[in-house]
Ligand binder design. Sequence first.
Ligand code: S3P
Length: 428
Amino acid sequence: MSDVSLHPRRRFHFAGTVPGDKSITHRAYLLAARAAGETRIEGALRSRDTDATLGVCAALGAGVEEDQGGIVIRGQGRLREPMAPLDCMNAGTLMRLAAGLLSGAGALCVLTGDESLNARPMGRVVAPLRALGARIEGREDGRFAPLVLLPSKLRGARLSLPLPSAQVKSAALLAALDAEGETVLTDLVPTRDHTERLLPHFGARIAAGEGEVRIAGGQELRSPGHLKVPGDASHAAFLLAAAALAQEGYAEISGLGLNPGRIGFFAALREMGVEIELEVQEELPEPVGTVRLRAGRLGGLRLGPQETPALIDELPVLAALALCAEGRTEVRGAAELRIKETDRIKALAAMAAAVGGQLQELPDGFVIEGSGGRLPGGRVESFGDHRIAMAAAILSLRAEQPVEILGAEAAAVSFPEFFEVFAAACAG
Ligand code: S3P
């Protein structure tokens, strides 16, 4: 599969689960590799990004196997110096978290990725890691990968992070495990807290408070034996958006991760007028539950810098919804979109133009005038970005002509089964 053509559809019916959470899968693998003992990870996401993390775990000396119960990682309680550069492929989360995890591991490591990843900013992790004593080099003084990590002695510190990023926060926390003394991260704007929630399961001492996280240095990790990864709220967003747009639309997704740092999209849907119901069934280590949504009228909304961190990955699919909604949608405070797998603001403007919609780029967001009805349809370029490819797909539920997606295989980066799941739900 490289290009996909989706014929206009009116019905979308999905009831089931979605693949495991990408952010939690990356973290579970890396912590299990660093810990002593065997961890069985059930429900882990199998995708290009997360399989890259498995490759890195193996290169760092962890045993990696798959059995009926999930992925089994055997950690040695320390990481081995890799024999070759570590290939993070397209996975920004992997590169940034691995930079933290390896800063104080006493090993020489090279972190590299594909063309898109090596063009994404790494200075945001390099600066706080250097402040902890890490010796890291990279292209343009550490602004870009490949990154080279030299064996370093880390010292705990009080750090104010430069931006609201869960990846940067996680990198600093993982490095702090190997530092001498306590590390305190201050002035934190709320972002997904999967690392803070998972670390205590591996026996780490960490205290998360209002705008601050404290973590002790010199910590060993031990395997909790078993971990279960909930469904990915970002995957769910595409199916929920499809159900919201269809003439006859319904989605019910169970076993879904409902971490407060990840469900901003659900609140946005509500604000657009969609009836969406959440039911939390488990609380620890992550809230997990069921979400139900029925198609209805769709209006526009306004989002600013306070809201965007909790739905940053969902802004492409939100834009697709807004193109079909009644009224205007304005998103600001989302300049981070420009430095994701591609410049997503530009890619969304191209998507809108391709299907006959209206999206005006802003430096830090976009303004959309919703069509309130059907769009003509057309050929959308994914720019190799998984979330653009999947966002474009849902437009076929409101198109007059087919929506053709060029480079649709990019979906495999996070949700390899997406197009099959989508087709089955349209036929269901
Ligand atoms: C992620 C954090 C977010 C998000 C990314 C995954 C994570 O990035 O966009 O897809 O797993 O920590 P930032 O930390 O750059 O905001």
